[in-house]
Design a protein. Structure first.
Length: 452
């Protein structure tokens, strides 16, 4: 008889249906289908890992947000935050719904133009706008949101040279009672900087002041902070009325609404604690309606919501590569989804589920990605059922920032598919391959060829 190899024994607690700290079961429900399409079939057809977008969820979430605001404040306009997800198919879905574009670089600006967004419906934010970007934006009458003094002077000289009025707003940063205060963008309200630049703009015929803008932060869990910010911007607008008899066309409240994801270290799940669109809309609409802005001069309310609109529409599906016992006895699961594809795993505890039925038992598990890098951890600790090599997993709520902040690293970036509202699947971005990867490489003549 052959002698069996020695394996160190471990004792592990296996829990089945034991309540967790919230009194809920640890039972993880499998996600076998996305919008009626089988996860297994998606992987068979398009490969693993794979990003999946739900057009239905994009449109439904957008309508929900729009409705929350429209029922409280009629003149409302969304502008899609390109950096949150600038896949053309995603941008166009929002544009079809009526959303303008909000961009923060020359690259994103060109992308919005190429997608067919009318230039006067592009909001150009951010600290990085070079002279070419500004010249184009002024020529096109796009809405330029000034970030700092140097940009003001650039616009001033270009506008005078072109004999055109630049259509501008200023970004204002302020204390809304939340921490951390984002003070690095725009002009500070409390120290008078914002008012000072407004006076310069009003005194210069190279500018037409269109609006006031703020973007107080991201994943803001306190809807009241928006009420404070809207009140403060409205007060600035009233001050402009008094001094210049000038009525701004819009107040832009930026983005930053929390999605339902759960932050690492949070005690309760995000879906229980994050404000709803109604909560945010109520805070903002109340503040504007109760301001002293003249009734017949109420500005348009612009929202640049990113994360809260798209997160729920994105999924990342993948495959188990191996199960492994760590020396301390913990179970680890290695999947083909790494942190290079899931940038947000650094701060969210993403929902992760098996894509097939599993035994009811769960065990403390650490989930690793496929990279040969120690930091490639998708989940430090989760009670998870056993998944065999070759079986599949589904990560949900990953639509925001992952498809723009992803990294090309060690492996190729995979395909992205979108399931349309009829349940038909479309490839909306191809995977990388050797050819696309090498397309930008250049090898100097003397480095071509070698003998080993
Ligand atoms: C990133 C960004 C947004 C979108 O923010 P979310 O937190 O994703 O809603 C909106 N406006 C500006 C200026 C931004 O930089």
């Amino acid at each position: 008889m052959e002698k069996l190899a020695y394996e160190k024994p471990v004792i592990n607690r296996i829990s089945a249906g034991v309540p967790d700290k919230f009194g809920l079961g640890t039972n993880i429900k499998p996600v076998t289908h996305i919008d009626g399409v089988s996860v297994k079939e998606l992987i068979e057809k398009y490969g693993s890992p794979l990003y999946v977008l739900s057009e239905k969820t994009i449109r439904e979430t957008y309508q929900k947000a729009l409705n929350a605001f429209k029922t409280r404040y009629q003149k409302v306009q969304f502008a899609w935050s390109y950096k949150t997800n600038y896949l053309n198919a995603v941008c166009n879905t929002y544009h079809q719904e009526g959303s303008w574009a909000e961009v923060v670089s020359g690259f994103e600006y060109q992308k919005a133009i190429a997608n067919g967004v009318p230039a006067n419906k592009i909001i150009f934010n951010g600290p990085d706008k070079n002279k070419e970007d500004l010249t184009l934006a002024i020529k096109n009458e796009s809405l330029i949101h000034i970030d700092h003094q140097d940009e003001f002077y650039d616009i001033q000289s270009i506008a005078h040279e072109m004999k055109k009025k630049a259509k501008v707003a200023i970004r204002v940063n302020m204390d809304t009672g939340i921490f951390p205060k984002w003070v690095r963008f725009g002009f500070n309200l409390e120290n008078g900087e914002a008012w000072a630049i407004l006076n310069k703009i009003m005194a210069d015929d190279g500018f037409e002041l269109m609006g006031l803008h703020t973007h107080i932060g991201t994943y803001i869990m306190d809807a009241n902070a928006y009420g404070v910010a809207a009140t403060k911007l409205a007060q600035l607008a009233v001050r402009l009325e008094h001094k210049y008899n000038h009525y701004i066309k819009y107040i832009d409240m930026g983005g930053g609404f929390a999605s339902k994801n759960t932050l690492k270290g949070a005690y309760l799940p995000g879906s229980d604690t994050c404000p709803s669109f109604d909560d945010y809309a109520e805070a903002i609409a109340y503040a504007l309606q109760h301001s002293d802005i003249k009734y017949d001069q109420m500005p348009m309310l612009i929202l640049e919501t990113g994360r809260a609109l798209i997160d729920d529409a994105g999924f990342l599906i993948g495959t188990a590569l191996a199960n492994k016992r760590l020396p301390d006895g913990r179970r680890s699961l290695i999947i083909d989804i790494g942190v290079n594809l899931l940038f947000t795993s650094f701060w969210y505890e993403h929902l992760i589920a098996p894509a097939q039925m599993t035994p009811p038992y769960t065990e403390d598990t650490i989930i690793y990605g496929p990279l040969c890098m120690n930091i490639d951890v998708i989940r430090e600790a989760i009670k998870f059922p056993v998944i065999e090599k070759g079986e599949n997993v589904v990560l949900s709520r990953i639509g925001a920032y992952n498809m723009t902040q992803w990294m090309q690293f060690i492996t190729f970036r995979p395909k992205i598919v979108m399931i349309d509202t009829n349940g038909v699947t479309h490839v909306v971005r191809e995977n990388e391959n050797h050819e696309t990867m090498n397309a930008l490489d250049r090898v100097p003549e003397h480095l071509k060829g070698f003998d080993l």
